[in-house]
Ligand binder design. Structure first.
Ligand SMILES: Nc1ncnc2c1ncn2[C@@H]1O[C@H](COP(=O)(O)OP(=O)(O)OP(=O)(O)O)[C@@H](O)[C@H]1O
Ligand SMILES: [Mg+2]
Length: 401
C-alpha cells in the first residue's frame, strides 16, 4: 500500500500532476484511489467527469472521490461543537458569535484527511493519491493531529478523572457547562482518527510527499519553506515536480527570455532539493484535462519510472549511538540558525522553526538521558544526549551560538 500526497503553491498544477500520477498507476495495474482534501475540488474538472463524495470507478483500476468536507465536519465535530457553544454562551459570548467561534478554520479539511485511514483500512486499494490544499493549509492540517495528541495525552486523561469525581459537586455549585461522557467520547474518537492518519502519513514505507513547483522565484521560495516544515513534522518528500517548463522546440523570441529565466530557476531547484529527485513536465499547448491527456502528462513526468515507487528515502529524524552518547538528528533543510530554537522539558524536545513548533516526545532510550549539547550543522539539528553530570536545563541551538 502506498500513499502519495501532492502539495505546492496555488495554481502550480498539483491537481493535474496528482491526477496524472493516478492515471499512470492505474494503467500499470495498481488499484488506485485519488481523493482531494482541497475544498476547492478541481478533481472533477481535471478528469472532466462528474464525481461524488463516494469513491466511484472512473476507469479500469481507477477510483475518484471528492470528499464532502462539510459532512465530515458534522460527523466529527458536532458533539464537541455543541459543548463549545454552550460553554461560550455561558461565558457571555453572544449566540451567533459563539457559533462562529466554535468552528476552527481548516477543520473541514483535516476531517477530510480521516478518509485516508478509512480507505487504507478497507484494503481495497494499492495506492491512494491525495490532492492536498495549497501549501500553508496542508501544513497546518498535517501538524494538527500531533498538537491534539499533546493536549489529549497530557491534559485529557487527568481532566477526565477530575471531572468524573467532581462533576456532581460542580453542577450544584455552578451553572458552568461541564463536558459529559458523550463529549469526551467524541474527542477521543476524533483524536484516534487523526492520530491514525498522522501515523499513516509519517510511515516511511507507505507515504511520500511530492512537491509541485513551477520554475518561478516565489513558487520555489515557498516550496523550500514547505520542505522545511514537512521535515520538521516528519513527513518525507520523495520528489519535486517542476511543472510548466517551456519546451525547447518553442523558438519564438518572445519566450526566449522566459526560457532563460526558467533555466535559472530550474538550476536553483536542483541546487536546493538534490539529492531529492527532480521530475519535470513541460508546458503543454493545451489544458491537461481528461484521462487521455492526463496519461500523456504522467508519461512526461515519470518517463520510464514507476510512479508509485519510493523515489527517494528521506530520513528527517534519526537517533544514532555515538560512543556512550546518543545523537538525535533532525534534518531541517533551508533553516537559518537564528530561526531555530530548541529546548527540552521532561520527556519532550521542543523544536521551533519560525512560527512552527513541534513537541517531539523523545524515544524511551533518550528519555533517561540528559541533553549535553545542541548544534546546528549543515542542515541538521544535532542534539547530544548522555548520562550523568549536571546538564543545562535549556540548550539553545540558535541565538548566536
Ligand atoms: N504542464 C501543463 N501544461 C498545460 N497546462 C497545465 C499544465 N499543468 C497544469 N495545467 C493546467 O493548469 C490549470 C491549473 O492546474 P491545476 O488545477 O492542476 O493546479 P493546482 O495547483 O491544483 O491549482 P489549485 O491551487 O487551484 O488547486 C489546469 O487547467 C491544468 O489543466
Ligand atoms: Mg488543485
Amino acid at each position: 500500500m502506498r500513499i502519495l500526497l501532492f502539495t505546492g503553491k496555488g495554481g502550480v498544477g498539483k491537481t493535474t500532476v496528482a491526477a496524472a500520477t493516478a492515471v499512470r498507476a492505474a494503467a500499470a495495474g495498481q488499484r488506485t484511489l485519488i481523493m482531494s482534501t482541497d475544498p476547492a475540488h478541481s478533481l472533477a474538472d481535471s478528469f472532466d467527469l462528474p464525481l461524488t463524495a463516494h469513491a466511484q470507478e472512473i476507469s479500469k483500476n481507477l477510483w475518484a472521490e471528492q470528499i464532502d468536507a462539510q459532512e465530515r465536519l458534522e460527523a466529527n465535530w458536532r458533539d464537541i461543537q455543541e459543548f463549545v457553544i454552550s460553554f461560550l454562551n455561558w461565558a457571555g459570548v453572544d449566540a451567533v458569535e459563539a457559533e462562529e467561534l466554535s468552528v476552527i478554520p481548516g477543520l473541514d479539511e483535516i476531517f477530510s484527511l480521516t478518509d485516508v485511514k478509512y480507505h487504507v483500512d478497507s484494503g481495497k486499494y494499492d495506492l491512494l493519491v491525495v490532492d492536498c490544499a495549497p501549501t500553508a493549509e496542508t501544513l497546518r492540517l498535517l501538524s494538527l493531529p500531533e498538537v491534539m495528541n499533546w493536549y489529549i495525552e497530557r491534559i485529557f486523561p487527568v481532566e477526565r478523572r477530575v471531572v468524573k469525581t467532581i462533576r456532581p459537586l460542580l453542577s450544584k455549585l455552578t451553572t458552568m457547562p461541564i463536558a459529559d461522557d458523550r463529549i469526551f467520547a467524541a474527542v477521543e474518537r476524533l483524536h484516534r482518527n487523526l492520530d491514525g492518519v498522522r501515523h499513516l502519513l509519517t510511515n516511511e514505507r507507505m507515504s511520500s510527499v511530492r512537491l509541485v513547483v513551477n520554475p518561478e522565484k516565489m513558487v520555489i521560495a515557498e516550496a523550500r519553506r514547505t520542505y522545511t516544515y514537512l521535515s520538521l513534522f516528519g513527513y518525507r518528500v520523495d520528489a519535486v515536480v517542476v511543472n510548466r517548463i517551456i519546451p525547447d522546440e518553442v523558438d519564438d523570441p518572445y519566450f526566449g527570455k522566459w526560457k532563460d529565466i526558467q533555466a535559472q530557476h530550474l538550476a536553483t531547484v536542483r541546487e536546493s532539493f538534490e539529492p531529492v529527485p527532480i521530475l519535470t513536465a513541460r508546458l503543454f499547448d493545451r489544458e491537461m484535462v481528461g484521462l487521455e491527456l492526463l496519461a500523456e502528462m504522467g508519461d512526461e513526468v515519470y518517463g520510464t519510472q514507476d510512479a508509485t515507487a519510493i523515489l527517494y528515502v528521506d530520513e528527517p529524524l534519526r537517533v544514532r549511538k555515538r560512543g556512550t552518547s546518543y545523537m538525535l538528528l533532525l534534518r531541517l533543510p533551508f533553516v537559518e540558525k537564528k530561526d531555530l530554537d530548541v529546548y527540552r522539558k521532561a520527556d519532550e524536545l521542543y523544536v521551533r522553526v519560525g512560527t512552527y513548533k513541534r513537541n517531539l516526545i523523545l524515544p524511551q532510550t533518550l528519555q533517561r538521558l540528559e541533553v549535553k549539547e545542541a548544534n546546528f550543522v549543515d542542515d541538521r539539528l544535532e542534539v547530544r544526549f548522555g548520562k550523568d553530570s549536571p546538564s543545562p536545563a535549556r540548550a539553545t541551538a540558535g541565538r548566536g551560538r
